[in-house]
Design a protein around this ligand. Sequence first.
Ligand SMILES: *Cc1c(COP(=O)(O)O)cnc(C)c1O
Length: 429
Amino acid sequence: MQYYSTSEKSPDATLSQAIVHCVAPDGGLYMPRTWPVVPKAFFNNIDQLSLLDIAYVVANQLLGDDVDGAVLKTIVADSMNFRIPLVRLSDNIFALELFHGPTLSFKDVGTRFLARLYRHLASSSSGRHINVLVATTGNSGSAIASAFKGLEGVDVFILYPRGRLSRMQEAQFATIGENTHPIEVRGSIDDCNRLVDTALLDSELNAMFHLTSANSLNLGRVLPQIVYFFEACARLKAAGIEPSETDFAMPCGNLSNVTAAAMARRMGAPIGSIIGACTPGIFADMAGDGVSGPPLGPTGSSPANMPRLLALYGGDADALRREVHAEVFTTQAQEDAVREVYSALGYVAEPRSASAVSALLRRSRPGRHGVALINTHPAKALDRMTAITGRAIELPLQFTRFMARTVVKDKIDPTLPALRKILLRHNQQ
Ligand SMILES: *Cc1c(COP(=O)(O)O)cnc(C)c1O
């Protein structure tokens, strides 16, 4: 398979180049040249297949030309070694719980797959040392630290804004050590993102340190997320429900799940509408029912996967709107959604995932079913959840273990020289 850049100013890349370099030299994101379509017969008995069977079929369609089947099987088995249950909340509403992995968010699925694909691609090519940079407000940092921990030939630098994370969020990635290096940045998440983007496109820094990223800019993080849409189809079919009469709602930020859902459709997953529960901003204005109002916080920046999502519809926003809809939730509306979902369905979901369920309730029509993606365990948003519900959320065991350990971190201003110094220190040993 060849991979093109969404900016269309760089030559096509191989799988290995697309994954290892993450961002194309022209600043675009990599996309497969063609979309393989899963054979129709696959759906005849999909309800009898396991998550791993389904994951292997999807992964093999996408990556089978470039990665040996036996290797791919191992990567799939090692990265999706936890449950992704489809929980029935009412006659027509289901929750696809994506938070049963080691760091309790959907990001475990893509990140664990990426780390293992990475190890395979790197060991079969140059074997050179690689430095992974990521900017995070919590969930991607912990998923990446957990997935890349101890991986030979890779160091991981996790940049996060000072004062934005709870002690517990920080502890989840800043107490791991080994090849994972937390960096607290005196600035906002936008400053962190800018610093990572600048570093990734800086040719001198790249020549020295072979930089890459492991967030959803990396295609290898997004492709595995296609799997759970097929998995949901299987479990719906087992419950006697037509996936094509089922809409899929999901929280969104950088649109990795909305994009993966659209990719799943291109590969033949017979799913209904894709509903993005989002905050006001660029995606809401494009796919919502009107202008959504001022974006929350200082960011007016475009979601990272927007170029991929648009590319799936040939750059045609009208075509996109026929399949993808935005439902807008302010911070206040997210909190209302937590209470609404609990009182209507007896289900405890964190604010962004609750918004996805609430989006289904808003749009519910007779005869139509809905699946909401539950992105993280409610305890991941512990402070907000306690404030909203006035009740204690039970802490999963993973969390209490992290809290007992010591945080070790660097602290820097958001400048390239400051980051360079830290990279240098960890690459000299
Ligand atoms: C990472 C994250 C998101 C953003 O997801 P995308 O699929 O990239 O839009 C949304 N909600 C939660 C809870 C997350 O951790």
